[in-house]
Design a protein around this ligand. Structure first.
Ligand code: ADP
Ligand code: MG
Length: 295
């Protein structure tokens, strides 16, 4: 994604690949004491890989992947891109719709017949009238316990499988979070993904277990920022997804990853073109130095 409506701030910021929306942004950057980090695509690479397909409804692996891949191909979510890539030659989709932080839905032709496919998290399937049994939930729990993000796939109202994916933490994230802590910021991990995966990522990058907020829908992300603000925190939020846009706007300082979606970049005050949290730490450091020089 290319930020269009952004102004570059200081010359040094631009050199570092940090794009700032306006002059007051430096002031906001200087005073933040809390940094909320989206997990997928911000702390992690967001380049997920499909690691497993659990079959739950009589369809084989290839068909479960083809149905899911067909619908996910129309979504720009990192999970969607991974599933579509794992299903080469998937059929086309019609009547596509999606819910940020929920999942996707569409109609796919399968063996000459139209099949309604719903893929995503439990709440999204239930909203679409798909019943998830206790046996299915056990299968989900097993995948999550193994540290995977697992996505339901349903065909014509019935669960047919789970697609499991794994993500990797960016090489730069742990050192960047150490630096943010040295700058006096409290890091908080905020994600729509499950708690087991979130805690694992937090541990890898040095975020305290009590500072992990998992299973949070996009509206919940906004509320989480508001709660911190009402506790007196000045909050920066770093994110990349459609699901992060409202939270980026709510934060005292919204930071978008340059690789993120256009809506995230448009909602942010500051965009880091190198997609690294190191640049976020640099931006905060830079704002403090710059303002000290001006004063
Ligand atoms: P994050 O906060 O980690 O960026 P999201 O809020 O984007 O995560 O997504 C939260 C959850 O919603 C995902 O873990 C997944 O279960 C579900 N989800 C979101 N988008 C999709 C999609 N395109 N396909 C399937 N599931 C999705
Ligand atoms: Mg994200």
């Amino acid at each position: 994604a290319t930020p269009t409506a952004l102004l570059t701030g200081s010359g040094r910021g631009a050199q570092l690949g940090i794009l700032i929306r306006g002059p007051q942004v430096l002031e906001d950057t200087r005073t933040v004491d809390t940094i909320v980090l989206d997990k997928t695509g911000t702390v992690t690479t967001g380049k997920l890989a499909v690691t497993d397909v659990v079959l739950l409804g009589g369809l084989d692996r290839t068909r479960v992947l083809a149905l899911a891949g067909a619908v996910e191909a129309a979504s720009e979510h990192p999970i969607a891109q991974a599933i579509a890539a794992a299903a080469p030659g998937h059929p086309p989709v019609t009547g596509f719709s999606s819910s940020a932080g929920g999942g996707v839905r569409g109609t796919v032709e399968d063996g000459g017949r139209d099949v309604t496919v719903v893929a995503g998290r439990s709440g999204w399937l239930e909203e679409n009238g798909v019943v998830i049994s206790d046996e299915h939930l056990t299968a989900l729990q097993d995948q999550q316990d193994a540290g995977s993000t697992a996505i339901w796939v349903a065909a014509d109202g019935h669960v047919v499988g789970l697609v499991s994916l794994k993500d990797t933490v960016k090489d730069s994230s742990a050192a960047a979070i150490t630096r943010l802590k040295e700058l006096g910021l409290r890091p908080i991990l905020l994600t729509g993904d499950n708690a087991a995966v979130a805690q694992r990522v937090a541990e890898q990058v040095g975020i305290a277990p009590e500072d992990v907020l998992a299973g949070i829908l996009p509206e919940g992300k906004v509320q989480a920022i508001r709660n911190l603000q009402s506790e007196g925190a000045t909050v920066a939020m770093a994110g990349d997804g459609v699901n992060d846009a409202a939270a980026l706007a709510q934060a005292d300082l919204g930071i978008a990853m340059g690789s993120g979606t256009d809506v995230a970049i448009e909602a942010a005050d500051l965009t880091v073109m190198g997609n690294s949290l190191e640049q976020v730490a640099q931006a905060i450091e830079l704002s403090r130095i710059t303002l000290r020089t001006i004063k």
